[in-house]
Design a protein around this ligand. Structure first.
Ligand code: GLC
Length: 750
């Protein structure tokens, strides 16, 4: 997706003549205050945000949308006030973060990207939309499509990893899942491409910290997933919190107007992140709240989330002449158009009677189990320890996330969600009904600093967090776990992170296993029994010791409501894992950002001048981007290009054969990487430009075809200051990860 001009969307355009006419009719009858109200989104929980009660604001037409509410009855009560009592009777849009499931929880988006199968997130988000819409939620603040190349950043869990090509495919798939073919279906939701743009490049991986990205990186790496979401018809964008090159994204006219609207032709609307308009003062950008409102409005930010800054200052800004009412009308139009397209005027209410039936549909859990199976990545399997035999009689399942529903479902669950996951321990006991399956958690794991959201959740749930384990309790738990392992024939270690160790405000300097988990792992491995490690985590972890000493390692991520069953399916061979890493696993947090698509430098590995980039340790990844094993083996051959030479603007057809050379059926993700040897700019040593997950029976060969044309071979050039496609020679590689060796060459001529 390398075009800067108008991004032609596949979905029907938001405004047609009929919609436009309806919008004008609405505008004509609205007061200025009501127009400002449509640009305002308020928190739905009484007392959550200081100020008048939501009911009072809605009654006077002071809000166009309500967020942070998850209660069908409350939705209908507020909606009734809006459509029966407010001056123009315009229905509300109800919004909530439905990131990877509403009641049925799917693997996190990073995990779903590890499936390298866009069908996985598309089907997952379609189910999430069906469930959330049945609860009365119209609009989800998803997909989060921020490229992330620094695993210290906790929100890496919410995106699709480090690569724009994979990220673009996953972004489009999620939009299709949430919205369907076009806005308005009663079991689909309005989606929101967030956080526009560059949020994942925060300095040091520290959430909310400033971002400094040159235009070449924005356009070649961080924009493509947003362009793909737009092409898939996403109805809204969310502007990011942070300063982007010293201009906060929520007041960044270049971003929100010049690029998003003028270049890309976006017709929907942009909502700020929470309190981001008011925060323009906090960030040292706006002089005061009035200035913040003015500059965000001028930048083209349609809706102010939760800060009520537009509500306080919008009308006065128009009356004082600081901004024209026509500009306010332009910001209101897409909001009204989307409400019309969503059918809210005809059907403003949710039918409360359908919710439980929809939430209890068995096919939702079946799909969650299938998704979890397809997201898992086999990182190590020395001596083919896996799959384990189902005739095992004495198995120990050990670790702090082995029996944790909360860890299985991960971060970003909706308000009021009660975890109901099948844990790893439960999944294994189900799989081995006649075996003696023991369990010990070992020492607990906790953040050193609490999450700001924990305090918030305690306030609203009323359930105080349990006190931390004392050192004595932790030591006792440690010894009990080792003893449990000692008494078993095989040990399954379930280690990783709790749900609040990744996600928002969850950045972390180290990528080591938290707490005493590695110490416990070493003690268990020292017993000399077969050990399989299952990782439950939101981000890459630097499991250097485990990668050397534990024969089998399965990356399960936060696999969702059916995660325990899916883990058991893979561990005991009912499913052959086929996932691949969507992000590099570094050897240390201090190596970040470490990503595969980097430039070669004048001292590449193997050259005379090369010295390990860090003299205190190898800078190479622990596990590379695109990596993942299988219970079978695959071979690649016959990488061919239909023409050794093409002209700039033409398309080359690339084919490669992949064969299952093992004894069991399995999936391989065929990946195509390119490198442009020279050109207007230096280009990354490898870039993913094609992938396909294929299933192969033992001995079966398939031919996979890719197209390389201007979209894949062109890029935004620093030297030229525009999009270019150079005449140049390209190396092509195809294989099962980013270090693929099967090579071919393609020459692109003037
Ligand atoms: C949060 C997040 C954003 C979320 C919004 C509404 O702070 O940054 O991703 O959608 O607020 O909850």
């Amino acid at each position: 997706m390398n075009n800067s001009h108008n991004v032609e969307t596949n979905a029907p355009r938001l405004f047609d003549a009929d919609i436009a006419a309806q919008v004008e009719k609405l505008l004509e009858r609205m007061s200025l205050e009501e127009k400002i109200g449509q640009l305002t989104q308020i928190g739905g929980i009484s007392g959550f945000v200081p100020g008048p009660e939501p009911e009072e604001i809605v009654r006077r037409g002071g809000a166009g949308s309500v967020l942070w509410l998850n209660d069908p009855k409350r939705f209908n009560a507020l909606q009734k006030i809006a459509v029966e009592e407010s001056p123009s009777k315009i229905p509300l849009l109800f919004a909530l973060d439905v990131i990877h499931g509403y009641r049925t929880i799917f693997p996190t988006p990073l995990a779903m990207a590890a499936s390298w199968d866009p069908d996985v997130p598309e089907r997952a988000q379609a189910i999430a939309a069906r469930e959330a819409r049945a609860a009365g939620i119209h609009w989800t603040f998803a997909p989060m499509i921020d490229i992330a190349r620094d695993a210290r950043w906790g929100r890496i869990v919410e995106g699709a990893g480090e690569d724009p090509y994979l990220g673009a495919a996953m972004a489009a798939a999620q939009v299709r899942g949430f919205q369907g073919e076009s806005l308005g279906a009663p079991d689909r939701m309005l989606a929101c491409a967030k956080h526009f743009a560059g949020y994942g490049a925060a300095d040091g991986g520290r959430d909310y910290d400033p971002v400094y990205l040159p235009e070449t990186l924005l356009r070649n790496v961080y924009f493509p997933p947003f362009q793909a979401a737009l092409k898939a018809g996403v109805g809204t964008f969310m502007s990011a919190y942070m300063d982007l090159n010293n201009v906060p994204a929520s007041a960044n006219r270049w971003l929100l107007h010049d690029v998003l609207r003028e270049e890309w032709g976006f017709e929907g609307f942009v909502v700020s992140d929470a309190f981001a308009v008011a925060n323009l003062v906090t960030q040292g950008f706006a002089y005061n709240a009035r200035d913040a409102a003015l500059r965000a409005l001028r930048a083209g930010l349609n809706m102010d989330m939760a800060s009520a800054t537009y509500l306080q200052h919008g009308a006065e800004l128009v009356r004082s002449g600081a901004i024209a009412e026509a500009d306010i009308d332009a910001l209101v139009r897409p909001i009204l158009a989307i409400k019309i397209r969503m059918g809210l005027f005809e059907n403003p209410y949710v039918d409360e009677s359908r919710l439980e039936e929809i939430l209890s549909r068995p096919e939702h859990r079946e799909e969650a189990r299938r998704a979890a199976q397809r997201c898992m990545v086999l990182l190590r399997n020395e001596g083919n320890l896996l799959p384990l035999s189902k005739s095992l009689q004495n198995v120990a399942v050990i670790g702090p996330v082995a029996d944790s529903m909360e860890a299985l479902e991960g971060p970003w669950l909706v308000f009021g969600h009660q975890p109901a996951a099948v844990t790893i321990l439960q999944g294994i006991r189900e799989k081995l009904p006649h075996a003696h399956v023991t369990h010990a958690s070992g020492p607990e794991i906790r953040r050193d600093y609490p999450s700001p959201f924990d305090a918030l959740m305690e306030t609203f749930s009323g359930a105080p967090r349990p006190a931390p384990q004392t050192p004595e309790e932790a030591e006792a738990a440690f010894q009990a776990a080792v003893e449990t392992a000692r008494n078993a024939d095989v040990v399954i270690m379930a280690l990783g992170e709790t749900a609040n160790m990744s996600g928002e405000a969850a950045s972390r300097a180290s990528l080591d296993l938290p707490g005493r988990q590695e110490e416990l792992l070493k003690a268990v491995v020292a017993l000399g029994k077969p050990v399989a490690l299952v990782l439950v985590n939101g981000r890459p972890l630097s499991i250097n010791w485990a990668a050397e000493h534990v024969p089998a390692i399965l990356e399960a991520w936060h696999p969702g409501s059916e995660g325990g069953r899916a883990v058991a399916d893979v561990l005991f061979g009912d499913v052959n894992p086929g996932g691949k890493l969507p992000v590099t696993f570094p050897r240390a947090g201090s190596h970040e950002p470490l990503y595969y698509a980097r430039n070669i430098t004048h001292a590449p590995e193997g050259s005379r001048m090369y010295s390990a980039r860090y003299w205190d340790g190898p800078p190479t990844p622990l596990f590379p981007f695109g990596y993942g094993l299988s219970y079978t083996t695959f071979a690649f051959d016959n990488l061919t290009v239909n023409k050794p030479e093409i002209k700039v603007g033409e398309v080359a057809i690339v084919t490669v054969n992949v064969t299952n050379t093992g004894s069991v059926a399995g999936d391989e993700v065929v990946q195509l990487y390119i490198h442009q040897r020279a050109g207007s700019d230096s280009r990354p040593m490898r870039e993913l430009k094609g992938f396909k997950r294929v299933t192969l029976e033992p001995g079966e060969t398939k031919t996979v075809t890719f197209h390389l044309g201007p979209d894949e071979l062109g890029y935004w050039s620093t030297s030229a200051g525009e999009w270019v496609q150079d005449a140049a020679t390209f190396d092509l590689w195809a294989g099962g990860d980013s270090q693929a060796s099967l090579h071919a060459e393609l020459r692109v001529m003037e």
